[in-house]
Design a protein around this ligand. Structure first.
Ligand SMILES: [Zn+2]
Length: 328
């Protein structure tokens, strides 16, 4: 697929500086109600904001030392990370912590100032693998979800510790989640959903087992997610949403089928979701912006090779330059 050129959208352009300012200002709103309502998302929020800033070409826009200090302050005695200081450890926040430290080139801070170094983080994650099924739980309470399996593979491979878990068993579990329509569900027998497709395909990519996927069948189901206005929905009959630009687009990229969708129409839909006045992206044109959709909208534009957006790694959802250097 040829890269989408920003010049092709004369009525629409990416408001880079507005988005950078929007993300930088997220942390200065501590007195606002919204800040406290979203406290449980804080470590994830830092990952979304930091990745978006990297993709916008402003990786230094957040203060590095403060960011590292905040990440380390979220670690618990069991090695995992909570959403914010004092919160229980959970897989999803632990993955964000690892990704943030990798992006800041600060994984060695785990050895210097963390609790038990990267081995301790790895053992928290490995301890969440379910012996019976090979899948992963989010925390000690035991809910299984392919999101957690993907997260475990993502963080462990970034730490060089993927061999501490039973990879073949987890891969077999993913295969059980595959449906006849080519998609994947949250557990065996559950309907296909593009969020789950992304996590299953991403985990297979990290395991080096993309050969197990029926790429034509899955590519067909994924490309049917594009609706008339250019956006993607998560499953049939649902509304389009800017964040599915990522879940669907990255899945297509991993199986080399991104050229099966209309990239120009998708880029145009994503750009209509931005707030050109105050920065940030919402789920649909005209809706309230948030850092989650800002991050995934930019990552979607990056997949399309959009002018002025840095290249994203479709497997890790991190800047490609960083994963390439780390995982070579
Ligand atoms: Zn969304």
């Amino acid at each position: 697929m040829s890269p989408v050129s920003g010049a092709g959208h004369s009525d629409q352009y990416l408001c880079v500086q507005k988005h950078v300012e929007y993300i930088k200002n997220l942390d200065s709103r501590r007195d606002e109600l919204e800040y406290w309502l979203t406290e449980h998302l804080r470590l994830n929020g830092v990952y979304w904001g930091l990745t978006a800033l990297h993709l916008l070409g402003c990786p230094q826009a957040l203060p590095r030392e403060d960011t590292i200090n905040f990440v380390l302050s979220c670690q618990r005695e069991n090695g995992g990370f909570g959403a914010a200081p004092g919160h229980d450890a959970h897989m999803l926040y632990t993955v964000s912590a690892v990704q943030i430290l990798v992006m800041l080139d600060a994984v060695d801070e785990l050895e210097k100032r963390g609790l038990g170094g990267k081995q301790k983080v790895g053992s928290f994650i490995a301890g969440l693998q379910d012996e019976k099924t090979g899948s992963f739980m989010g925390d000690e309470w035991g809910e299984l979800d392919t999101r957690f399996l993907y997260g475990a593979f993502n963080a462990l491979s970034l730490l060089g510790l993927l061999d501490t878990v039973d990879v073949p068993k987890a891969v077999a579990y993913i295969q059980e989640c595959e449906n006849l329509d080519g998609g994947y569900g949250i557990h065996p027998g559950a309907e296909s959903h593009s969020g789950q497709v992304f996590t299953c395909v991403g985990a297979l990519a990290i395991a080096g087992r993309l050969d197990l996927i029926n790429k034509d069948r899955l590519g067909g189901w994924l490309s049917e997610r594009q609706v008339d206005n250019g956006g993607f929905n998560g499953r049939p009959e649902k509304l389009e949403d800017a964040c599915y630009s990522w879940w669907v687009g990255a899945s297509l990229a991993m199986i080399d089928k991104l050229h099966w969708i209309n990239g120009d129409k998708l880029a145009s839909f994503i750009l209509r979701c931005q707030d050109p006045e105050n920065g940030g992206f919402g789920d649909r044109p005209g809706n309230m912006v948030d850092v989650f959709h800002t991050h995934f909208a930019l990552a979607g534009l990056s997949l399309l090779g959009y002018d002025g957006v840095e290249e994203v790694d479709p497997i890790y959802c991190m800047p490609k330059a960083i994963t390439k250097r780390l995982l070579k």
